[in-house]
Design a protein. Structure first.
Length: 209
């Protein structure tokens, strides 16, 4: 199965991606992780992407698409993959159509106010990048998984979060209609617990095996 995860910042894509990857033996492909890998290894495409990022500019679609295409054609994706963070726009979705067949698009729907609460209260491990929420930390400042220090991302403040959600609505939300018209969209309500969301997602995925 080739799966795309959609959802606004804070919708819980990362959590569901981990559960789906483990439950269905699919590689979780995050565009952020791919960029970091290429930049760390100083590949030609990584150097090019870094030149845009260092200037505070968006990486052009053609560069992003080239990086994604290289990743989904690796050996571990021969039985399927799960994309998280790509496509973000209709042009990227159309480019993906030329690279690979998409079987399902999972869209996690969460109320705006809850997204604000989740993101502004999020804390992330500096080492393993595990995510937590202050409501469940009880004052703890270390990661339960690896012991790394927890911190608040610079973009997890109210003003920036509102801006990010606005950008999502303009740029990425149209993908919902795009994939709905193609009969590939599966909506799941993300206001509940991660376990409840995954239960709904797994029911759908089990029907596609």
């Amino acid at each position: 199965m080739n799966i795309i995860l959609l959802g606004a910042p804070g919708a819980g894509k990362g959590t569901q991606a981990t559960k789906i990857a483990e439950g269905y033996q699919l590689p979780h492909i995050s565009t952020g992780d791919i960029f970091r890998e290429h930049m760390k290894n100083q590949t030609p495409i990584g150097v090019l992407a870094k030149s845009y990022i260092d200037k505070g500019q968006l990486v052009p679609d053609e560069v992003t698409c080239e990086i994604v295409e290289e990743r989904i054609h690796r050996e571990d994706c021969k039985n399927g993959y799960m994309l998280d963070g790509f496509p973000r726009t209709i042009p990227q979705a159309e480019a993906l159509n030329k690279m690979s067949k998409v079987d399902l698009v999972i869209n996690i729907e969460v109320d705006f106010n809850l997204l604000m609460e989740r993101l502004c209260g999020r804390r992330v491990c500096k080492d393993c990048r595990e995510s937590y929420h202050i409501s469940r930390l009880n004052g703890e400042t270390k990661c339960a998984r690896c012991g790394g220090e927890l911190y608040q991302r610079k973009d997890d403040n109210p003003e920036t979060v509102k801006s990010r959600l606005a950008v999502y609505q303009v740029e990425t939300a149209p993908l919902i209609e795009y994939y709905e018209k193609r009969g590939l969209l599966f909506n799941v309500v993300g206001n509940t617990t991660p376990e409840d969301v995954y239960a709904e997602v797994s029911k759908k995925l089990d029907t596609m095996k």
